[in-house]
Structure formats: C-alpha cells, structure tokens
Design a protein around this ligand. Sequence first.
Ligand code: OSB
Ligand code: MG
Length: 368
Amino acid sequence: MKITEITIRQLKMKLKAPFTTSFGTFHDRDFLVLEAKDESGIVGWGESVAFHSPWYNEETLQTNWHMLEDFLIPLLLNKEIQHPDEVNELFKPIRKNNMAKSTIEGAIWDIYAQQTKQTLAAALGGKKDKIEVGISIGIQNSIDDLVTLVDGYVREGYKRMKIKIKPGWDVEVMRTLRETFPDTAFMADANSAYNLEDAATLKQLDAFHLTMIEQPLASDDIIDHATLQKLIDTPICLDESIHSLEDARKAVELGSTKIINIKIGRVGGLTEARKIHDYCEANNIPVWCGGMLESGIGRAHNVALTTLSNFILPGDTAGSNRYWERDIIDPEVIVKDGYIEVPQQPGIGYEINRETIESFTVAKKTYQ
Ligand code: OSB
Ligand code: MG
C-alpha cells in the first residue's frame, strides 16, 4: 500500500463529568484524529491519545502535531509498504514520541485490515468476539459520592472497578469500598503519587484484596517498584513506566511488575503493543488494555487489541456513554453486562460520523 493523503484534525469534546486523577482534572478532551488514504481510496483512522498538557507523559497534542507534520508524515507519505509492522521500522530514526507514531500506525492498521477484508481484531490475531471490561473512576469530593458512583457501575455490570488514589485518598476509601461491596473486583491506580517512604501506607491496602495496584511510584522508576513489590502482597501493575517491549522485559525480569497495562499510544502503536502482549503471554504476565479517555476511534483500536488471548483481565475501555453525550462513531461503543461485542465489519469496524466529527473540529490540515 501507499499512503497518498493524510488529514489531521484537532477535536475538542466535552466530558459528561470531570475526571480527576492524582495529577489533575480533565473537563474537556482535546486531541488529534488522523485520517489516512491509500492510492485506491481506502480510508483509515487513528487517534493521538496525547493530552492538551504534559501531565501523564511528556507528549502533548501540539508536540504530536509537530512530530507528525515535520517528521512522521514525510517519512511515510507515498512510500510503498507491505504490512503495518513496517511502520515501526520506518519511524525508528525518530526517538520516542510514541503517541505521535501510534496516531499514524493505527490508521495504517485500519487500512491494512480493510484491504485484506478482515476486522482489525482478526488482522492482529485476536479471536474473541466479545471482550470483558471494567471502568476507571476518578477522585471524588467525598467517599459517599464515590460509593454512589461505584454502586451505579456495579449495577451496569462493569467487571472491575479501578479507583484513582492519591495520598490522603487511599486507605479509608478502599476500606469503605471493600466493606460496602465485599464481592466486587477492585484495583487502585495512583498515577505515580507515592514514593518508597509510603510503603507502610500502601501495605495497608493488602487488607482489601485488590486485584492490583497500578503505577504507585515514579513513571521513570522500575527499581523502587521491585523493592515495593517485595514489601506488599497486592500485585503491582505498571502503566506509565512501560514504553516498549524492552521496558516490559526489564520490569518483568527485575520483579517490578506482575501485570502490565498496555496502552497503544504509550508504546508507539499496535505492533509494539502486540509484541509486549506476546512476551507477557510467554512469561505468564497477564495484561489488560488501559484507556486515555479516548473518542470512538481510539476506543475501537482498544477493543480490537483486547481480543488477543493474553488480555485476561478486564480493561478500562468503558462504553462511549460514560464519557460523551455523542461519540464520533456509529454505532457507539456499548457495554452490556460488562462486555463489548467486537464489531464484525472490516477495519476498526465502526463508521465515522462525519457530521459529528466536523462539529467538534477546531483545526484541520491535509498533507499530500
Ligand atoms: O492512568 O490509566 C490512567 C485517564 C487519563 C490518564 C491516565 C489514566 C486514565 C484512566 C482513564 O485511568 C481510563 C479511561 O477511562 O479511558
Ligand atoms: Mg494508569
């Protein structure tokens, strides 16, 4: 295939409810979506999961646009490629900027799946026809508010509740949830809010039988996480620390992580995500698919990836209606009894609603 035209759009979508993590609060979601066209006119879609500000990692929507326009698009446009796995190789000269790379790579995978007349899930080697999902719940104003929210999501059928924690919003919160919902699967996500001096606090969480604790320590750390894992029973799951197969291998070998959260954008695309999946499967490390408050496009890629066999634990891919009044895909992603049905149309399997996408577009540029 040869990509002959690429359009980048900047979208602004209002979240139904603010989402608060240990590093900040999101009211809106600003992001890029990328539309690529091959010489036969097939269109593929990708999403940059970078945020407006460099809170989660160092990338932003603007740095992604810069990388795409000045480096990545020129490397790809009008080049003959046989398979999406080659995109990774083509982008090798550019260091990191994984979310920017993943934006194009996702669109190429979508086109490849359509060309070969299969779903993106099948193109990746996925076999499930439905996937099991949980939900990530931000920091609330009070424990009562949180209990009410969790109760609603338990009733909706979500298979696992992920609770954002930070110092001062941790042990009592998890204790109340465990007492109120004795049989619900809970985990906690700290987004790097702690350090090793907090080990005694984190140790108290062992009493609540969490499925895991996600990224308690610094994003650039895998040494202290290994030390912490020896001190606590709750399995550690790394998110921010894992950018590649090499990072995954080192963290697993050091004993820094027992579970890995795979985010397609953070690791530079579906090809690398699949490599991490395969490595983890061979080493008995369960994985699950993380979320970045995606629009329907990124959500569709997450659904496809989650069909791979070692995505054993429920991911953060909640239904579109948890985030948006109106998503940009048709049909929207629907969660029923904690499952999402994998769409059966070729490619990402959802239609892009052009009218809706236009209504959220604040900037747009085409490259030929
Ligand atoms: O750490 O997984 C995270 C949202 C923004 C930034 C980081 C994270 C999250 C989530 C939300 O947990 C997952 C989702 O619902 O998309
Ligand atoms: Mg996380």
